[in-house]
Design a protein around this ligand. Structure first.
Ligand SMILES: [Zn+2]
Length: 249
């Protein structure tokens, strides 16, 4: 704004404190209530509408309580109506954060010192004490926490977890004996077990003419005595284990 006296050596607002955080408006005061001091305030809002979206901006010369009321109302509306769209999910938190800069400036405004022509707007309760605001914030916080957890869980999915687990059993298998796999196929962690043991899953045999029989599995090379020829694992049909009493009798 220019000085009312074009050639005056004095600044337009002689009452302005040097270094004041906000240029205090000496003129008409708050647009809503008329109180002084007032300052230009801009608060942004966002509304997502699935495909469409709306950018809102509330701007005016406001006193502290009126500015705080506009800020809280706009933040509340954005928190509740902002998220509903793929881009809006990103725009809404940015809008909310940008408004914190406006809030910092509003907080530096002193309380009104002059009489107003009408009561100022009611700022209401702080946003963090309103259930309508806390719910979306809680959902947002849950998402912020849940996404990395889910990603971490997805990263430790069964195959990769098994792949990076060191094998417990590296001893060669005995031909004619039985073996048990401590992992799920196709991963192998094979160990020798007696064939009469309930753990026996495969009969260990050698290849015939370079092949294992149909239905057999091939053991990794490390499980053969020479380390070069894979052994065959023939699935052992498990008979149902009789009750312990019957065994004793
Ligand atoms: Zn006001």
């Amino acid at each position: 704004m220019s000085s009312p006296y074009p050639h005056s050596p004095y600044p337009a607002y002689p009452y302005q404190q040097p270094g004041a955080p906000y240029p205090l408006v000496a003129g008409p005061g708050c647009e809503v209530c008329g109180a002084l001091p007032a300052a230009p305030v801009t608060v942004r809002g966002h509304q997502g509408m699935v495909v469409l979206m709306r950018f809102l901006r509330r701007r005016g010369t406001l006193c502290r309580p009126c500015a705080l009321a506009v800020f809280r109302q706009t933040q509340r509306d954005t928190l509740i109506r902002g998220w509903w769209g793929p881009l809006s999910v990103v725009i809404t938190p940015v809008t909310l954060l940008v408004n914190l800069g406006a809030l910092a400036r509003i907080r530096k405004l002193p309380a009104p010192v002059t009489a107003a022509w009408r009561p100022p707007l009611d700022p209401g309760r702080p946003l963090l004490r309103r259930p309508a605001v806390l719910l979306p914030l809680a959902v947002l916080a849950a998402l912020v926490i849940a996404v990395p957890v889910l990603l971490a869980a997805g990263g430790s999915d069964e195959p990769s977890r098994v792949r990076f687990q060191p094998r417990k059993n590296t001893e060669p298998l005995s031909v004619g004996a039985c073996a048990h796999n401590d992992r799920e196929w196709p991963h192998q962690d094979l160990r020798n077990v007696p064939c009469d043991s309930p753990d026996a899953q495969y009969l260990v045999t050698e290849q015939h003419n370079g092949y294992c029989a149909d239905g057999d599995y091939y053991a990794y090379l490390q499980y053969s005595a020479n380390g070069a020829t894979p052994l065959c694992l023939h699935p052992v049909r498990k008979e149902p284990t009789p009750p312990a009493d019957a065994v004793r009798d």
